[in-house]
Ligand binder design. Structure first.
Ligand SMILES: [Zn+2]
Length: 115
């Protein structure tokens, strides 16, 4: 089962985790500048509706990358476990960076579900 179809969008992001236990957030974005998609190594054009993949590492800290929607759908999505829709307000960058500074146990509390 995949939640990805049509998601993430402006109201709903997706959250799951990778094999290392890091949180993986899939957030809809419109590119403000040219990015390089890690999936296909091609550019994500300015203004493109794409996916920001933000990782909150178990040991703390975050990083993010910009992906084509299709590259997420065809590749990355299969490596993310337990994906669930969450309200996009929970995935604002400042909130995720704050999560990256918290102790892992504190990140467990349930988030508001999207939609
Ligand atoms: Zn790509």
């Amino acid at each position: 089962m995949s939640y990805f179809e049509g998601l993430p969008d402006t109201r709903t992001s997706l959250r799951g985790h990778d094999a290392d236990g890091a949180e993986v957030w899939l957030i809809r974005g419109i590119s403000q500048k040219l990015y390089r998609c890690p999936g296909c190594h091609r550019s994500v054009e300015i203004g493109a509706d794409h996916v920001i993949v933000q990782t909150v590492h178990r040991a703390g800290g975050t990083d993010h990358s910009h992906w084509h929607r299709r590259c997420v759908e065809d590749g990355l999505i299969h490596e993310v476990r337990g994906l669930q829709p969450v309200s996009a307000t929970e995935s604002r960058r400042d909130k995720l960076e704050q999560r990256g500074r918290q102790k892992p146990g504190r990140r467990r509390r349930d988030l508001r579900r999207g939609r």
